[in-house]
Design a protein around this ligand. Structure first.
Ligand code: PSU
Ligand code: MN
Length: 303
């Protein structure tokens, strides 16, 4: 038996067949500093509700898998120290040993699917890191998208990654990558990149239909919806390029490897941009939550 607890709101939504949007918790514990992380977590939930869907923030707390957190749990998680970062590899062990951990994109997809939730909003997915030809650092998020049927809305992949290689792995893994409102694959803090997205769909109803068609065809896996950051919140790629390079150098010099790489780079870029990266990050996560809610509603209505 899996020790799993659904929030009251999620329990009701599942019983009524309401639209639900899963939200990850690593962005809270490892992606943003306190107290902004808590404000954003609350705001993103409010954004999902304002669009007519129910939010389900996912985390493992004291060995229980929670689908939807109450206000106290969210607050405790936002301040907790030493919370594990859970991906596919560590989720079962954390639950089995009574641990507490935040779920990455991969682990959130697994939990959402288990709970019967089909749509998930986040900021950026993990991908192929720069220098992966030497480090072999490729996020488990990519392989999860290939095998777990959840549609994930993200603002593309950030330039701390090798975006071209990330798109290649997604193609190899058979993951549909769908840009929204433009042909270019968005680059997280910036709307554009030099890379064209393989697919484009501007209407959430089309994305919902494609999600259902994948299942009908018997294809495992989900979809990556690449939703560009709102224009008024973007940071120019040229502005960020030297900052990312510096953060990367710092990571190499500090000997950061494995799971610590992404959180380290996010924190370093936050410092080097004096918080501007966080402001942009908040705008894009909220935008993704709102769009994910629209997809979830389309899935509910025509599912
Ligand atoms: N990218 C972001 N913010 C984040 C993450 C990625 O812009 O918070 C988090 C997500 O939880 C993602 C994880 O699933 O980092 C990827 O970590 P890794 O690169 O170690 O797989
Ligand atoms: Mn990694």
């Amino acid at each position: 038996m899996i020790p799993i607890v659904r929030s009251d709101e999620v329990t009701t939504a599942l019983a009524e067949g309401a639209a639900i949007v899963a939200l990850e918790s690593t962005i809270i514990t490892h992606g943003m500093p306190h107290p902004q992380n808590l404000e954003v977590a609350r705001q993103v939930e409010a954004d999902v509700r304002a669009k007519g869907a129910v939010p389900a923030t996912i985390a493992v707390i004291d060995g229980t898998l929670h689908i939807g957190l109450n206000a106290d749990q969210l607050e405790a998680l936002s301040q907790a120290k030493g919370v594990a970062k859970l991906s596919r590899a560590d989720m079962a062990a954390c639950i089995a040993t009574g641990g507490t951990g935040a779920t990455t994109v991969a682990a959130t997809m697994i939990a959402a699917h288990l709970a019967g939730i089909h749509v998930f909003a986040t900021g950026g997915i993990g991908g192929v890191h720069r220098g992966a030809e030497n480090s072999f650092d490729i996020s488990a998020d990519l392989m999860e998208l290939a095998q777990t049927p959840v549609t994930v809305v993200a603002a593309g992949a950030k330039a701390i990654l090798d975006v071209a290689k990330t798109l290649e792995v997604l193609e190899t893994q058979g993951v549909p990558v769908i840009a929204v409102g433009q042909d270019m694959f968005p680059a997280f803090w910036s709307r554009g990149s030099k890379l064209k997205a393989p697919l484009r769909m501007d209407d959430p109803a089309d994305i919902a239909r494609a999600h259902r068609m994948r299942a009908a065809l018997g294809l495992p896996g989900g979809q990556l919806v690449a939703n560009p950051i709102p224009a008024d919140a973007e940071i120019a790629a040229e502005t960020l390029a030297p900052i990312i390079a510096q953060a990367q150098n710092d990571a190499t010099r500090a000997g950061i490897t494995g799971k610590s790489v992404t959180p380290y780079l996010l924190q370093r870029i936050f410092e080097l941009t004096e918080g501007a990266s966080l402001t942009a990050n908040i705008a894009l996560v909220r935008n993704n939550a709102q769009f994910a809610a629209q997809i979830a509603i389309e899935l509910r209505d025509k599912g």
